[in-house]
Design a binder for this molecule. Sequence first.
Ligand code: NAD
Length: 310
Amino acid sequence: MEYRELGKTGMKVSALSFGASSLGGGIFRQVEESEALRTVATALDRGINFIDVSPFYGLTRAEAVLGKGLRGVDRGSYYLATKVGRYGDTEFDFSASRVLASVDESLTRLGVEYVDIIQAHDIEYSDLKQVVEETIPALRRVQEAGKAKFIGVTGYPLAIFQSVLSHVNVDTILSYNHYSLNDTTLVGLLPFIKENGAGVINASPLSQGLLTIRGTPAWHPAPEEVQRVCMKAAVYCKEEGSDLAKLAVQFSARNPQIATTLVGTADPGNLRRNLDWIEEPFDEALAAEVKQILSPIQDQTWVVGRPENN
Ligand code: NAD
């Protein structure tokens, strides 16, 4: 496993890291707790040292299950990130009072005294003025209280990072679906993010199922054409005796400009495969063919959250 510096935090994070959203079940499929716990153990055993979660995932269940999985594990041996502000599909609260209460609730569920990064979750659903003037100052208070080492913001439209970082400093940004085989638009923003001193966490190398033969869950917002073309690429890879998911995970994890890529699964076998894949050679010829198949939809994005934040 390769480890990379995360911005100016001093954290050296594994190139592939673990997104715990699936642990709560319900996001991609129902999940047995014992399977979820084995996935957490597999992540740590295999050198992943960064785990991301949120009270939103499984409506607090992912944090609770992850907390169980981390019980008894040396707190100095892994980095943990959770979030504030999003609590349901349509439930958001970025107020300072909710931030402070939410962090305490997360620490209790996770069974830890601090998290390494506390992040405002999916800020494209918020009034960004509130995020800048209220949420981020509240996160700094959490940091001053020793409950988090660093603070960050997360979300889908890249415009949110430009807006927020133009007004206020954060230590990290978490972007998803924008550095994967079908969408590399995050690259254009990397110099700006670096200039503003933030570390980059990339999430969803499989574009949340788009780059798998299983395809997307029903809630996936990608336009129908994007889903169809990605499935064409998945079928092509299968016919060639390979797996689009393999290329996708390798692609996202191998860019040294991106500190870490969070992959999500509650299946220890899938996680092991992902970890094996990043140690294997990247098939440049197959990747070029896949890029050709994906070209009609390359870098296509969609609106998420408030239209004015996109
Ligand atoms: P992902 O691209 O990692 O895809 C996850 C899906 O791919 C799941 O269905 C999983 O079962 C499947 N999968 C994983 N490995 C596979 C393999 N080897 N073969 C076939 N299928 C495989 O998307 P994600 O889970 O949404 O993102 C990863 C993590 O990033 C999340 O768990 C979360 O922690 C974080 N994230 C954060 C935000 C945010 O803060 N706004 C948004 C998206 C993701």
